[in-house]
Each structure stands twice: as C-alpha cells, then as structure tokens.
Design a protein around this ligand. Sequence first.
Ligand SMILES: Cc1ncc(COP(=O)(O)O)c(C=O)c1O
Length: 377
Amino acid sequence: MERIPVAGPWITPKEISYVTDAVTNAWYGKANIYNERFEKAFADYIGARFAISLPSCTAAIHLSLLSLGIGPGDEVVVPDITWIASAAPVTYVGATPVFADVDSKTWCLSAHSLEECITPKTKAVIPVDLYGNMPDMDATRDIAKRRGIAVIEDAAEAIGSEYRGAKAGSFGDAGVFSFHGSKTLTTGEGGMLVTDREDVYQRSLVLRDHGRRPGDKMFFNTEIAYKYRMSSMQAALGLAQLERIDELVARKRQIFSWYRTQLADTGGVTLNYEAPGTKNTYWMVTAILDQKFKITKDLLLKWMSEINIDCRPFFHPLSSLPAYEHTEQSNQARRRNFVSYQINPYGINLPSGLNLTEKQVQHICDALKVILQRHGK
Ligand SMILES: Cc1ncc(COP(=O)(O)O)c(C=O)c1O
C-alpha cells in the first residue's frame, strides 16, 4: 500500500475556481474583496461579532494578548499539553507562560489545575480545544470570571466543534483559529481572530497593520506594530473551504467513526473523548495505549513508519521541551502535572487526512492490532 500521510486537506474545483478568481481579479479597487467576504462569513459561522484574517494562528494569539494589554510581569496560564504556538506568543509580549495540567478524559486544560495556577500576576488563560476535543468551558469561564482574568480560546484545531450548542472559538474574550495545511479548513498557512469585543477588534486592526487605523492619514503610523495580513488568494481558498465546512466536518467525524468501529474490540486503546453536550470534530484521531503494552509513542511511530503509515506523537508537555526546560515554571509543572506526564508517552495521532479511505483505516487498524497482540502478552 502507498504511504499514508498523517494529515491533509480536501480541495475541490470550487477552491480552485475561487483562488483563480482572486489571482485574476482581486487587485486594485477589489484587492480586499475575498478577505472581507471570508471574515464576514467566518464571524457568522462562529457566531462572533468580528473576525480578522491573519497569516497564522500564532499571529492571532500574539494580537489577542497585545490587544488585551498583556505584557511584562504578567502570567498567562496555558495547558501543558498543546503545540508550542499556544504558549510562544506569551513570551513574545514579555509575559510568563504557566503550564497547567490537563484533564485525563478530554486531554484539555483541567479547570482544577487552572485554579491552582492562578496568582495575583495572572492576567489570562488560553484553553486549547485539543485535537477538536472541548475543555470544560463552563468551569474555565467561571474561574476566569471569578478571578478577573481574560480568556483566549485556542480553537486552532477545532473548527466546527461545539460546546452546549455554541461553536468552538466563541467562548473567550478572543478566539483563534489555524488554517495550516494540516487543518480541517485550510488556506495553506493562515489564521483568524474572532471576538465580540469592539476594543479587542479595533486594537487588533491597528496592530496587524504597522500601527495604522483603517482610514488613517497615509504612511503616517502612530506606533510600531506588526505586518500580519492574509493575502487575497488565501482568503479565497478559505472562503471556498468555509462554504464546504459542514462537508469537511462530516468527513472528519466519519473518519473517526471508521477507527472507532475498527478498534471497538481492541482493549487498552483509548480514542478521543466526546463529552456529553459537546461535538468533537476529531481533527486528529488520537490513540492512547494502555501502559501494560509498554509501547512508547516513539517506538510505535517508528514501527508504523516502517510499514508506510505516518503518525505523529501526542504532544510532549511544554514543560518537558528544551525550549522551556530551565525555567522555574517548567520545574513546577513537571512536579504538578501528573496527567500530562502520565498519558503523553503512550499517545499517537493516527492518520486523519481528509482524503483517507475506509480501506486505509482498516489497514492502519489491522497493523495496530498486530503490534498490540505481539506486545500484549
Ligand atoms: C493548538 C494550536 N495552537 C496554535 C497553533 C498555531 O497555528 P499556526 O501554525 O497557524 O500559527 C496550532 C497549529 O498547529 C495549534 O495546533
């Protein structure tokens, strides 16, 4: 069988025609038309007042922090299990990331650990909708409200997921999304910031455009800021994908259901959890192996790769990475974050690309079962 990639998009003639139109026509007076349409349609889909298209989700987190006034001396709580992009912008603005533990079922921020991590310096929390799973948003928002801290929801991996009927990304002072090529909705590279807050929106517009307010006197910048704009070709691709979002999400859920069926009778394998009252869009189908197999994620990745199946490791705790290794926050997190350290060594992301077939899923699951049988005794 051909090599099975771990992730990838679903592009149809619709996307190609929108991008072709953008590259042909979105210039001069029409330069912004696709960005405007994409932003408007995106805000409507999420149920937010405002959306700003950006070159990446990392940029969206950066602008969210800046526009919420977070800076040197402040602390921001992030889950220990996530991609480094959730935390790196905290350092960009001169604040300190504090790594909280995750919940053993959702693998997302533990509300209990969040509460423990809050100090008088804490200004915000960044809950992450990991792999499309939803954290306990009610508890997170209650704590944030009670302790007077802002919420930036990192929904990079969770477009279309829901919590009590509301869309992922709609729960914070700001919500952020990634459209990287591996994501459910892609623009190649790209991101979006959504918010209901007029002040966050207005401030982000200035910050993303070299310190200019839309309509300001030309070339007369009021401050030093950033160049964070999405191109019209990317916006056209995003708009076409957004118009197909129900189909993209349904396919993700179908891929997960194939895995669930194939692995239903295989003991010792835990797949993504869909908590009551939530809808999971399963960006990455993820398997945590029981420790009894004594198979680490690195070994499993290697064995799967040898038979042409590309997988990814479950995120290593941020506090274990060389990037953060020597910080005091990491030392504390390594002692505190029992769940993060217990599950991450045994987790992998299984192939979840939108072009995956049921036959390929069967092949992947057969391979996994053979490995587990060999090691289960
Ligand atoms: C949880 C999470 N946050 C943030 C990001 C950053 O997204 P981008 O690559 O668009 O900057 C990613 C990207 O993979 C992610 O998975």
